[in-house]
Design a protein. Sequence first.
Length: 228
Amino acid sequence: MASTRDLVIASLSAAAGAAAAAAALRFMSSCTTSSVRPQNLSLATNGSAAQRPPKQSPFDPTKREGYISWDDYFMAIAFLSAERSKDPNRQVGACLVSQEGIILGIGYNGFPRGCSDDKLPWAKKSANGDPLETKYPYVVHAEVNAILNTNHASAAGQKLYVTMFPCNECAKIIIQSGVSEVIYFVEKRIDNSAHVYVASHKLLSMAGVKVRKHQPQMAHIPIKFQEP
């Protein structure tokens, strides 16, 4: 009898343990599923993540929400253009836009047309101290390329979006081309080159070119190559 009773108790304990384990497994599974479920956090507004709005009913007459602003749109094109740069250290992009919101030209930093980017150096410094072994004597800056890539349209009175604040040499060309406003994303002062940016600010201010720092409304704008 004692052995039978012990067997029954052991069987009940095993069944209870199995039930508890199954319940715990279901709970852990539900928690894991909810934590890893894709949340489609593809847009971020005002620096924080935000879900993309659900698709509207085809009978809804209102416009969709979550579209990007003009400033973010043109600066995003400048950033996308920068991805074309072969420069291994710094990729800069620019987008020239008319006052009516028409894109006139885009550009990125690279070597002049007809000059092979496989035969010229991309180095920032020369081991021999020879400036001709660095990229600087050869590279055309993004701002200049955007102005020159306008298909003969005038840059006078137009706006220039750049991912990085222009140096003094680019500022001269911006002024001479007649650009009326520069919108930049970041200003970097590296090594002992601060004077070129101080001079740039001074020149643009004296020439009456409006300068402002871009204030993004979205932290990132994803691009997916898929059927809309």
